[in-house]
Ligand binder design. Structure first.
Ligand code: NG6
Ligand code: CA
Length: 503
């Protein structure tokens, strides 16, 4: 069987004509490390998320929807390109000085919207590299390869994550608020002479201490991954990141309210270091991680009220989701674990970020579009973010160039709740590239020599085992490997996975 054989079974027949009304604005609100159980509307305890709840009440709340991978860079790469990250060796968690992973000639979700006449933007966490080549960027000049080359008309982004240098925002390929008196240098190999580090100067860490790693350069009293020098007034303050990206998003929406726009709004919340604004800090019985969830919800609320004020909420298609599952201790001493107070970040699922168990990639997915004739409510259809590019292409009646988004299929009728036929299978990528194949009934995890517990950094279950695993997905918690009882299923799913991999 080849993908050409499986393709017709996956793609839906959504008519390739745009809806009668004006093209909807599209807003993807992409949280970081937000787990399946971290929102009130998914059963979260101890934290109020009224704005996300509001979107869910007026839209669809999916319960079987997946990010492609259990970490950020591969998930984002796959969602934005419709190409599985595991097909490329260079899509793992990227350092802050990675060269741009999506190449300018590659087709992206932003290219799709642009060709459909949209104004496009990316705001917030990027984590997909910038510039031509790793380690060669001159952060004091215009970067030679940036989001403008990937179809984004406007961008205001963090190069990687808040725990990685450079700790500055980059606006349209240039450091925002650039301070010529403090030229920026970045290295992931060695420190710059005389610059303090978390390792040598722990007394200088005044906002958050590290529990592992994160002991290189110190910015804003927080140790980071990687070394940087300079930055001056361009350096971000962690407590202002949500305010800053939200304000830029609001400005963009206001400027583009009279024409269709696509916004990829990727928050730093609730990734480490969790150091929200003091408006949120200490307000939550789960501590900083709970405060960060509340701050995420606040950002969502700000965007919602802006759309409402401008009278464009009705024709805006909003997707709220996350790049991977939740993690408690990811390197900073924020007491996320001790302060759970009964909250379960992955809800009823086993596993977390980094894991092939469901908690790694099954994430909240909420879709709303008031004018879009959605079938609202809870929805258990099997979905993957890999399909967004092709699904939007179908919605907008756009033909994608041949060979583009090769792993993405049109499932728009699923995303809009109009058809509840499950995707025949979805693929989940673990931290070490081991893959799992989920079908409506089963989950097959290929055998892997990677350890069952992640050996470095966050100490969590990887879901890997030296033997093939098969889980019956009618049982939500994956604790019974039934592979030996169903050898035929194992054989069939193994073969299917190999075929997909070889396509
Ligand atoms: C890990 C970091 C972790 C986090 C993760 C990326 C260490 C020990 N751990 O390498 O803190 O930054 O990378 O997370 O440095 S992600 O959500 O962006 O994929
Ligand atoms: Ca993440």
């Amino acid at each position: 069987m080849s993908l050409a054989v499986t393709t017709p079974a996956i793609a839906q027949k959504t008519p390739a004509t745009p809806p009668k009304q004006a093209k909807p604005n599209v807003l993807i609100i992409y949280a970081d490390d937000l787990g399946y159980g971290d929102l009130e509307c998914y059963g979260a305890k101890n934290v109020a998320t009224p704005n996300v709840n509001h979107i869910a009440q007026n839209g669809i709340r999916f319960t079987n929807a997946y990010a492609v991978a259990a970490t950020s860079t591969p998930s984002r790469y796959a969602m934005l390109t419709g190409h599985y990250s595991w097909r490329r060796p260079d899509t793992d968690i990227a350092p802050g000085n990675a060269g741009m992973i999506i190449r300018p000639e590659q087709y992206t979700m932003a290219d799709l919207f642009k060709s459909a006449g949209y104004t496009t933007c990316a705001i917030g966490k990027w984590h997909l590299g910038l510039g031509d080549e790793t380690g060669t960027q001159d952060w004091n000049a215009q970067l030679p390869a940036a989001l403008g080359d990937l179809g984004f008309d406007y961008s205001y982004i963090m190069a990687a994550t808040a725990d990685r240098v450079p700790c500055v925002f980059i606006e349209n390929g240039h450091v925002a608020n650039y301070d010529p008196s403090a030229p920026i240098e970045v290295s992931y190999k060695k420190n710059f002479p005389g610059e303090p580090t978390g390792k040598k100067n722990p007394e200088l860490l005044y906002n958050l201490k590290s529990t592992f790693g994160h002991n290189m350069s110190i910015v804003n009293g927080i140790g980071r991954i990687g070394y940087m020098k300079g930055g001056g007034k361009a350096l971000w303050k962690d407590e202002n990141i949500a305010d800053s990206i939200t304000a830029h998003a609001i400005d963009f929406i206001k400027e583009n309210a009279d024409k269709p726009f696509f916004m990829y709004f990727a928050t730093n919340d609730v990734h480490v270091p969790r150091f929200p604004h003091e408006r949120f800090r200490g307000k939550n019985k789960m501590g900083l991680r709970g405060d960060a969830i509340a701050q995420f919800d606040w950002s969502v609320g700000q965007l919602l009220s802006t759309l409402k004020e401008l009278g464009i909420l009705d024709n805006t298609l909003i997707i709220v989701s996350s790049d991977n599952g939740p993690i408690l201790n990811d390197g900073y001493d924020d007491h996320a674990e001790e302060l759970l107070n009964g909250h379960s970040p992955a809800g009823p699922l086993r596993g977390s970020k980094y894991s092939l168990y469901e908690g790694g990639t099954r994430v909240p997915v909420i879709v709303s579009w008031p004018a879009g004739n959605l079938k609202k409510g809870e929805n258990s259809t099997l979905l993957s973010q890999i399909d967004l590019v092709a699904s939007f292409a179908a919605l907008l009646g756009q033909r994608m160039p041949s060979g583009s988004a090769p792993d993405s299929f049109n499932r728009m009728d699923n995303w809009l709740g109009r058809d509840n036929t499950d995707r025949p299978w979805i693929i989940q990528q673990g931290y070490d590239h081991t893959l799992a194949l989920r079908t409506p009934k089963w989950k097959y995890v290929e055998a892997s020599s990677y350890p069952a517990m992640k050996p470095k950094g966050a100490c969590v279950e990887t879901g890997c085992a030296p033997v093939q695993q098969l889980f019956d997905m009618s049982q939500i918690y994956e604790d019974k490997n039934v592979a030996t009882q169903y050898p035929d299923e194992v054989g069939r799913l193994h073969l299917l996975l190999e075929l997909i991999r070889s396509c």
